[in-house]
Design a protein around this ligand. Structure first.
Ligand code: KIV
Length: 289
């Protein structure tokens, strides 16, 4: 049995200091978390991608703190060795610092060891309040899916030197406010490299090139359970959707052809009891005539 990873240990994990890249995977329930943990993930993120890959919503704006807490509790029941981080739902950390801490506390009480929130310098008061409440915070910069409407779609961020420098300033602000790690999503590798070299905490990339201190992908993307649009940064390591449909179709065919269940998949009766049952059945039929 290994030891549970902490946010403090993660905060010191820089490749520039010789550390191996961090591995983060999303998970949304006990079996997916068990799989991610057995596979050796350092961090399990209960991402708000839950909304899209599990709950069938068109974007991440639809998921609530209650739903995030419900799924965080299911993930926590797998008792992972990985650090367990839960995403804060859209609008649960935008209004004021008191709401932010109260909403984060729901995720912590559900079993998360840290929370993640999206945004840059504008989130510093919220990060400050969470850190004061002893809640470790992971930042998230670049393409921030909760900003879908404001960013005008899912667009690569930091392509101009001006926007790249704004991302760098945001990363410094989050690091200064006490974030223990920062996710960098969908930005040129050169920008992610500059941020990674500048901030003291690890960066975890998704569509941000190979230079980050770690990489994250969505569970359903890695395993090919999700078959919708595939961004270029997704590498599929299995086709579980297709394999699953094939297996389920085989089950349906076996039921319809009478090949399922067979004797080994059925329960036998004690022969004496079976004879008594058949005797009762025969007499019962005779009485009824
Ligand atoms: O919600 C999520 O899955 C995420 C990761 C893609 C970083 O935020």
């Amino acid at each position: 049995m290994g030891t549970k990873l902490t946010s403090l240990a993660v905060s010191r994990h820089k490749r520039s200091q010789g550390a191996a890249p961090l591995v983060m995977l999303t998970a949304y329930d006990t079996p997916s978390a068990t799989m991610a943990d057995k596979a050796g993930a350092d961090i399990i993120l209960v991402g708000d991608s839950l909304a899209m890959v599990v709950l069938g919503h068109p974007d991440t704006l639809q998921v609530t703190t209650q739903e995030m807490a419900y799924h965080t509790a299911a993930v926590a029941r797998s008792n992972p060795e990985a650090l367990l981080v839960a995403d804060m739902a859209w609008l649960s950390y935008h209004i004021n610092t008191a709401d932010t801490v109260t909403n984060a506390a729901q995720l912590i009480r559900a079993g998360a060891q840290a929370v993640k929130l999206e945004g840059g310098a504008e989130r510093v008061p919220m990060v400050d309040a969470l850190v004061s409440a002893q809640i470790p915070v992971m930042g998230h910069l670049g393409l921030t899916p909760q900003s879908l409407l404001a960013q005008g779609g899912y667009c690569i961020q930091g392509r101009s030197s001006e926007t790249a420098l704004a991302l760098l300033a945001d990363a410094k602000a989050l690091c200064h406010a006490g974030c223990f790690a920062i996710v960098l999503e969908a930005m040129p590798a050169a920008v992610a490299n500059m941020i990674t070299e500048t901030v003291d905490v690890p960066t975890i990339g998704i569509g941000a090139g190979p230079g980050c201190d770690g990489q994250v992908l969505v569970f359903h993307d890695v395993l090919g359970i999700e078959t919708g649009l595939r961004p270029r940064f997704v590498r599929r390591y299995a086709s579980l959707h297709d394999q699953g449909v094939e297996a389920l179709a085989q089950f349906a065919a076996d039921v319809r052809s009478g090949q399922f269940p067979n004797h080994t998949e059925s329960y036998e009766m004690n022969p004496d009891e079976q004879m008594a049952l058949e005797f009762y059945d025969t007499n019962h039929d005779a009485e009824a005539l």
